[in-house]
Design a protein around this ligand. Structure first.
Ligand SMILES: C[S@@+](CC[C@H](N)C(=O)[O-])C[C@H]1O[C@@H](n2cnc3c(N)ncnc32)[C@H](O)[C@@H]1O
Length: 290
């Protein structure tokens, strides 16, 4: 898996477009309306997020955010008093975040297009690095964590959100329900009994992937997970537990983990309790080893 493939995917599938409609299509480049709608959706859907972000206590800290999406969290961190810098792999995200911060007249330090694999910042620049929903999409995670270690000052903190392995979404929805549904649909589609609309819909995209890759190979959980977190076209996604974090972030020591966000589509579990045990978002606080 090369970084160009990952970059192409995020450039063409800006986070948020799928949820509220495309900035360039449905919103006809009305950035203000788009950001307002997107933030409303985001903080209603992921209602734990404001409290998690507030608890980071970023006031007065030099914070680097990696992987910016639409810049909703960037805006919150800046409003909380962070001395904020951001980096994203895609020109699209950087352009959107720049537009947001200009429209809302928010101050920031630097906003760069670049990769976590080669961060465009000097050693020891930041007190905190924050990355939400990004590093599980980075195949060379050892290089990524080593770069983050380099730009953090000694005694700084890394806070990441990674998809949780021990979650309702991974174990039940992706691991069982979605795989079983595809296993049942594949022969029906092949026989022409099931005709999903080819240009729309998840099922058609998964059937297409399974045809290209071979059904059994596609259904292997290590393969299937890549295409069941951020859409069927997503090339790479991993799920994490504390042990895997410790293995993949050897330059850091884990100080705290907690889970949030009951999310396991198509299961209607959103309002059920239990997110702290089986939630999809695993938050991890880490400190650099000397
Ligand atoms: C799922 S979105 C998450 C965005 C935002 N943090 C959020 O929670 O909505 C992933 C973002 O990370 C960026 N990204 C992916 N790989 C990256 C890398 N190697 N370096 C920097 N950014 C990356 C993508 O371009 C995309 O904007």
């Amino acid at each position: 898996m090369d970084e160009q493939t990952v970059q192409r995917f995020w450039q063409d599938h800006a986070c948020g477009d799928a949820q509220v409609g495309g900035l360039h299509e449905r919103f006809r480049d009305d950035y203000e309306k788009f950001f307002t709608d997107y933030d409303r959706f985001r903080y209603q859907n992921e209602s734990h997020l404001p409290a998690c972000l507030d608890a980071l206590n970023v006031a007065g800290k030099r914070v680097l955010e990696i992987g910016l999406g639409e810049g909703s969290d960037a805006e919150r961190l800046i409003r909380q008093g962070a001395s904020w810098s951001g980096v994203d792999l895609t020109a699209e995200s950087v352009e959107r975040v720049r537009a947001r911060l200009m429209l809302r007249e928010l101050p920031y330090q630097e906003l760069r297009q670049g990769s976590v694999l080669s961060l465009p910042f000097a050693d020891g620049t930041f007190d905190m690095v924050f990355s939400h929903g990004v590093l599980h999409h980075v195949p060379d995670i050892k290089q990524a964590q080593s770069e983050i270690h380099r730009v953090l000052r000694p005694g700084g903190e890394l806070v990441v959100m990674l998809y949780a392995r021990w979650s309702m979404n991974y174990l039940v929805s992706i691991g069982l329900i979605r795989r079983a549904a595809l296993l049942a649909a594949f022969p029906l589609a092949k026989a022409g009994i099931l005709k999903p609309i080819p240009t729309q819909g998840m099922l058609a995209a998964h059937l297409g992937n399974a045809r290209k890759m071979g059904l059994l190979r596609y259904l292997r959980l290590e393969e299937f997970v890549h295409h069941n977190t951020d859409g069927p076209a997503n090339p790479y996604a991993l799920v994490y537990d504390r042990k895997r974090v410790e293995r993949d972030f050897p330059s850091f020591r884990v100080t705290r983990t907690y889970k949030r966000f009951m999310h396991a589509p198509p299961l209607p579990v959103h309002r059920l309790p239990g997110a702290t045990i089986m939630g999809w978002h695993l938050w991890i606080h880490l400190v650099p080893r000397e």
